[in-house]
Design a protein around this ligand. Structure first.
Ligand code: AKG
Ligand code: FE2
Length: 282
């Protein structure tokens, strides 16, 4: 449990930060005043979070919430995902995007495609008003999904993702499999549920907001099919076994997580998408 930080200490920290002192320079004065190091770090974090949340509220923004993130990312090229070592190929702070190499092996990708082939059907998007599923020109893939823990392979991958991203398995939605043929695409969109849409209320009751997405590439399309982040002119090439992760700490465009699946120009593109919620998703 974090220690109660006296209001005058909070005020002092916020005042220092507003005057341009970086938060880490505030630790020493606190320690000199009898705080232990962990307590001082916690006090600075609490004060800054409170200040930023109040500022967000005043600006009409939804509050920021914790999001999944690999522990010990600091410059690491390889991360331990429990049963596998995963490479970090790219790492961006705004939007928060990480490209992983070798999250899945070739046999896992092939098995996911094989298990899905028979049950693929045209993908849908959420209807903004009713919250129902709607076939739409913005999303022309075919898809299916595997319930959490639905088979041994899916459970193994879920456990790997939970370790890699330090986020409970229970907060994950079903794993969604998509196949895009030539010309198929997913036009730029956000993955969070827009709080202003009445259709978001239903999905939000189960586990709260989506806070992160992990798009795993199950094959390498011949041409096209990158995952694009048009606001920042960034695209991730679809390469079998790799994955792109992005998180959004509030359901707002300021996260810059607008993204899409570019049209497949030759061959086909298969992905497995895992969306992660704030809380347990049942
Ligand atoms: O196809 C892609 O690369 C992106 C997929 C996507 O945005 C999603 O599944 O939410
Ligand atoms: Fe998406």
């Amino acid at each position: 449990m974090s220690r109660q930080v006296p209001p005058q200490t909070i005020e002092w920290i916020v005042e220092q930060a507003r005057n341009g002192h970086p938060p880490e320079t505030l630790l020493k004065p606190l320690i000199d005043n009898g705080w232990d190091e962990d307590g001082a770090i916690d006090a600075v974090e609490q004060a800054m979070r409170g200040y930023l949340d109040a500022h967000a509220r005043d600006s009409g923004l939804p509050p920021s919430v914790p999001v999944p993130s690999p522990i010990e990312l600091n410059g690491a090229s390889v991360l331990d995902a429990g049963d596998r070592q995963v490479h970090v190929l790219a790492n961006m702070l705004l939007p928060r995007v990480i490209v992983f190499g070798g999250l899945l092996d070739v046999a896992e990708c092939d098995e996911l495609m094989e298990l899905s082939r028979a049950t693929l059907k045209r993908s849908t998007v959420l209807d903004a008003e009713t919250g129902g599923d709607q076939v739409h020109d913005d999303r022309t893939s075919a898809g299916t999904h595997f319930a959490r823990g639905g088979n041994a392979l899916v459970s193994r991958i879920e456990a790997r993702i939970a370790t890699l991203l330090d986020w409970p398995v229970e907060n994950g939605e079903a794993t969604q499999i998509l196949r895009y043929g030539v010309g198929a695409q997913y036009k730029p969109h956000h993955d969070y549920f827009d709080p202003d849409w009445s259709g978001s209320a239903g999905p939000l009751k189960r586990g709260g907001q989506r806070v992160a997405s992990l798009v795993m590439y199950l094959n390498t399309p011949e041409r096209g099919g990158a995952t694009t982040f048009p606001e920042v002119n960034f695209e991730v090439a679809a390469v079998k076994g790799n994955a792109v992760f992005f998180s959004y700490d509030r359901p707002h465009a300021m996260t810059r997580t607008l993204h899409g699946g570019a049209p497949v120009l030759a061959g086909e593109k298969w992905i497995a998408t895992k969306w992660l919620r704030e809380r347990r998703h049942d």
